[in-house]
Design a protein around this ligand. Structure first.
Ligand code: AMP
Length: 443
């Protein structure tokens, strides 16, 4: 099937062509025709499937009859509202709206928190047909009478499951209460837990239901592997993998902001170009980190799940789970950052003893075993290195001098766990053995 078979207008086909897309993706094939007909939709699709174009192209087309170049703001009311859970995703969706709408007269903008509200107020007051927003900032703007939603004809809820996970349900309900009852509703969600199904039943009217293959079945091109490793040696292993395998662009996931910050600082000290991405960073810092990573100025981007959700990084070859996600579905979202658009990708998990259950949960969901890799030889022995990267390099030049059997069990998996002699460990290693596992907390 070709894009031209989908009934899209010439100005949109031109924009698609300029993007170099030769064929619609499965979600685009299935979603575009019913959206063009004005139907509601509930689509199960993840980032990487082409879902943004699947809703943006027909949405723009439905607004084309009202496109105009009038100067009066009254001629540009908000007609389509796209809600997204995070600032990064909102910014990315807006970029698609601008790209696909570049040959139309439709105006658009994007509003999210963490940045000054004044420019957003001005943009809205000047009038836009398509508004991409995160829920909280949108409500602030409504309260300040800068956003008027009374003429919205199309509502898109992107990554609806994540919006609910992030506690946006009350905000979403308030926003929906401000919209005209007569409108088209499009909901995109990677997963469909019960609360999403209930919410969809309340919001959507006789929706067309679409499910495109989840990333775990699509992304055959992703290789999964795991290392069993003592938590104290994860950083060393990570540095070792990045350095020895010459990884140029690697996205590393931690479960908390604290852990992301700490790891990023340590890796900087180890000599890597590194940045952290999480919700405590300012919007400017987040955008900068992402831009540097995309441009290759940053080799290792350490991110939490929420900050990384929906990121579109072309041809990202490596994703490393430094800490496993508490929810197996987040593993799919994480690895969905790689193996995109036909490229091969690699997902590596560093699994501590107290994360075995999480690994099993992921394997159950994937319906396959993740193969365990043997630890690199220079990590089999010795103590955790203070500066992992440099230590790894030094070891390459000269074999470690401390191949003590007593400390070997600091790593398990490749070594013999029964050979454990805790009495010979460093105090912090012993403490790590007896401390309760850190409860993985999302930011
Ligand atoms: P999305 O799932 O919307 O985040 O899109 C994932 C990536 O696929 C983005 O980089 C899009 O530019 C790209 N993309 C979208 N549609 C197509 C298509 N028909 N052919 C090739 N790439 C596409």
């Amino acid at each position: 099937m070709q894009f031209s078979d989908l009934g899209l207008a010439a100005e949109l086909l031109r924009a698609v062509e300029e993007q170099g897309y030769s064929q619609p993706t499965p979600i685009q094939e299935q979603a575009i025709p019913p959206i063009l007909l004005g139907q509601d939709m509930m689509a199960g699709a993840q980032t990487g499937t082409g879902k943004t174009a699947a809703f943006t192209l027909p949405l723009l087309q439905r607004l084309l009859p009202q496109a105009n170049n009038g100067v009066s703001p009254a001629r540009h009311p908000v007609r389509a509202l796209i809600l997204a859970p995070t600032r990064e995703l909102a910014a990315q969706v807006w970029e698609s709206v601008r790209t696909y709408g570049q040959h139309t007269m439709l105006r658009s903008t994007c509003v999210y928190g963490g940045v000054s509200i004044d420019p957003q107020m001005k943009e809205l007051q000047a009038g836009v047909e398509v508004l991409v927003a995160t829920p909280g900032r949108l409500l602030d703007l409504v309260q300040q009478r800068s956003a008027n939603l009374s003429q919205v004809q199309i509502l898109v809820l992107d990554e609806a499951d994540r919006m609910l996970d992030m506690g946006f349900m009350p905000d979403l309900r308030r926003i929906i209460g401000l919209l005209p009852a007569q409108r088209q509703n499009l909901m995109f969600s990677a997963t469909f837990p019960d609360d999403i199904k209930k919410f969809a039943d309340q919001v959507l009217k006789s929706p067309v239901r679409i499910q495109v293959a989840a990333r775990n079945t699509v992304a055959e091109l992703i290789t999964h592997s795991a290392f069993k490793v003592d938590p104290l040696r994860k950083r060393e292993l990570l540095a070792n993998l990045v350095r020895l395998r010459d990884m140029r662009q690697v996205l590393v996931f931690t479960s908390t902001k604290l852990s992301a910050n700490r790891l990023s600082r340590q890796l900087e000290r180890d000599g890597f170009n590194c940045a952290a991405l999480h919700s405590d960073k300012t919007q400017g810092e987040r955008m900068q980190a992402l831009a540097d990573f995309k441009e290759g100025k940053v080799t290792v981007l350490v991110a939490t799940d929420i900050a990384a959700r929906g990121l579109d990084i072309e041809q990202l070859p490596h994703v490393i789970n430094y800490e496993l996600p508490p929810n197996p579905e987040d593993y799919i979202h994480r690895i969905g950052r790689t193996g995109r658009a036909g490229m091969t990708g690699e997902a590596i998990s560093l699994v501590a003893p107290d994360e075995q259950d999480l690994l099993q949960g992921i394997e159950k969901m994937l319906k396959k075993k993740i193969p365990m890799q043997p630890l690199p030889a220079d990590l089999l022995d010795g103590q955790p290195a203070r500066h992992a990267g440099r230590a790894a390099s030094r070891r390459l030049a000269a074999p470690a001098r401390e191949p003590s059997a007593a400390v070997q069990p600091a790593l398990f998996g490749a070594g013999d766990q029964t050979a454990s002699v805790p009495g010979k460990r460093r105090p912090q290693q012993i403490a790590a053995l007896f401390l309760p596992p850190v409860v993985a907390k999302q930011d």
